[in-house]
Design a protein around this ligand. Sequence first.
Ligand SMILES: *[C@@H]1O[C@H](CO)[C@@H](O)[C@H](O)[C@H]1NC(C)=O
Ligand SMILES: *[C@@H]1O[C@H](CO)[C@@H](O)[C@H](O)[C@H]1NC(C)=O
Ligand SMILES: *[C@@H]1O[C@H](CO)[C@@H](O)[C@H](O)[C@H]1NC(C)=O
Ligand SMILES: *[C@@H]1O[C@H](CO)[C@@H](O)[C@H](O)[C@H]1NC(C)=O
Ligand SMILES: *[C@@H]1O[C@H](CO)[C@@H](O)[C@H](O)[C@H]1NC(C)=O
Ligand SMILES: CC(=O)N[C@H]1CO[C@H](CO)[C@@H](O)[C@@H]1O
Length: 540
Amino acid sequence: MGLRIFLLSLLLSICLLSLLLSQFALSLAEDVTITVKGVTSIARTDDNFVCATLDWWPTWKCNYNQCPWGKAGILNLVYHHHVPPFQSIYIYIYIINLYAFNPLRIRIGGSLQDQVLYKVGSAVKKCPKFTNSTKGLFGFSKVCLTMDRWDEINNFLGKTGAIITFGLNALLGRKKLSDDGLYGGDWNSRNARDFIQYTVSKGYKIESYEFGNELSGGGISARVEANQYGKDVIALKELLNDLYHNSTTQPKILAPGGFYDEKWFATFLQASGPNVADGITHHIYNLGAGVDPNLISKIQDPYFLDQIAQTYKDLLKTIKSFGPWSSPWIGESGGAYNSGGKDVSHTFVDSFWYLDQLGMTSTFEHKVFCRQTLIGGNYGLLNTTTFVPNPDYYSALLWHRLMGKNVLSTTHSGSPYLRAYSHCSRKKPGITLLLINMSNSTSFNVLVVNDSNLNPKNSKSMEESQAQGRQQREEYHLTPKDGNIQSDVVLLNGSPLVLMESSNIPPLNPTLADPSSPIIVAPDSIIFANLKNFKAPACA
Ligand SMILES: *[C@@H]1O[C@H](CO)[C@@H](O)[C@H](O)[C@H]1NC(C)=O
Ligand SMILES: *[C@@H]1O[C@H](CO)[C@@H](O)[C@H](O)[C@H]1NC(C)=O
Ligand SMILES: *[C@@H]1O[C@H](CO)[C@@H](O)[C@H](O)[C@H]1NC(C)=O
Ligand SMILES: *[C@@H]1O[C@H](CO)[C@@H](O)[C@H](O)[C@H]1NC(C)=O
Ligand SMILES: *[C@@H]1O[C@H](CO)[C@@H](O)[C@H](O)[C@H]1NC(C)=O
Ligand SMILES: CC(=O)N[C@H]1CO[C@H](CO)[C@@H](O)[C@@H]1O
């Protein structure tokens, strides 16, 4: 009896001790003052900056002994869930998911887009299905998009109000000139013309057409020279001028949808000339291969993440010098290439990379960021088989709902493991701050100040100086379930975000905080904070 009580109390004290220790670990805290320049914005994104992609991959697209695409490819997605009427609960969830964005920007494209033929008009005789082929790119044959399927895709996406970018096949009519994948000769636009004409006749809304996929620079599986590409994009522009002659708005042209290469991009912009390409789309896979065992340490390493900023700077410089009429877009980015990281890209930890990229690219004047993928691979915003939203889906949705298009200069001199971005709030007064704590040990107590050289006395906490009539601060704290950064479930202010019984997205409610108190950013957490009292002239 006595021994049992002794053992029990020993156990209790051990528990208490470890609790104390963990409390101690959590209590490592650093005060940080963040300066937001509210006078002018440093950049402006598109109204719909958040974008997600749908890809063409067939079910048997595999990397590293796994095949994570399932039926998420654009052809299967629609085919296996007939619309209308909704025969599947999944399609229902899918549509609800898209509606939550009201609207979501979607880019249809990817590696196989330069092998897609459109079954309309007389240019395409045979209508192939995907098969394995050593002659095609990436080991796959050409494939045919029938107009029935195109109708289905539009009926389906139309219901969600999605803003659609469609990636055109830019290899049609060219000849392979060398073993390193160089294709030459003029683009044959006949099939694209028939396809776009059909699209116009049906009244389908396409916001932009993108020309080709990863054919720039050294190319991935195929490449085309920049001067030739510029000439072909002019041909596409003429085609759109003609086919959209009667429309009030003409779709934008995006190009080249590939990896940045200074010389290629500069030559392309000079060759295509003023007001032809509206968006200069480029792809980012800065985390490397999906199979890399060090993905997580890269994602939480601010020095590593900063390296890609050079590419954004360089591209911006190229655009300002050679194509000031256009602006940079991230046309496709999934973080890690070859379908993403198996237990990483669909889990909470990926948001450290994703939200940081959204923040970083918007400061470098990018208009849009297309996440690979909405669904499919390991990097889907939605789970490939269940369609249930992954943590990055909620990160994207919060960004979309809270961050307005005006980007503000945001700096601090604290630990580099704390990342901070701010924009004018979307449809709300004040500014919204995105705070990312990549440290697993330190929490940050954040004070936000208005940097005004004109009036130094303004350089105290903005929240404090607005004592009269001030409104509560709204905070959205994102943390992983059970403290496991590789969880598929994210908590908002401590409660798991799971679909409601109606299959609807749960409400995303903030907690309210006293504006004079610091924002406490726990280790391994992400916060959106809406500072309503911060009256930045740039947001007026
Ligand atoms: C293509 O090849 C893979 C193996 O490389 C196989 O699993 C798949 O079934 C093949 N698909 C077709 C349509 O032949
Ligand atoms: C534009 O409208 C005119 C008059 O309605 C019509 O004749 C012409 O075919 C239309 N053009 C296109 C490209 O749809
Ligand atoms: C999808 O959900 C299943 C079941 O929860 C899980 O095993 C799988 O890893 C998830 N995959 C993706 C890509 O989200
Ligand atoms: C924190 O991160 C470091 C470095 O990545 C790692 O060695 C350590 O195990 C992590 N600690 C916890 C509690 O996760
Ligand atoms: C920040 O400073 C600017 C410039 O002095 C001023 O116009 C603005 O009202 C200040 N913002 C707040 C929230 O006081
Ligand atoms: C300054 C600081 O907090 N450093 C920590 C940041 O987080 C990484 C990874 O979690 C740790 O390794 C650092 O010690």
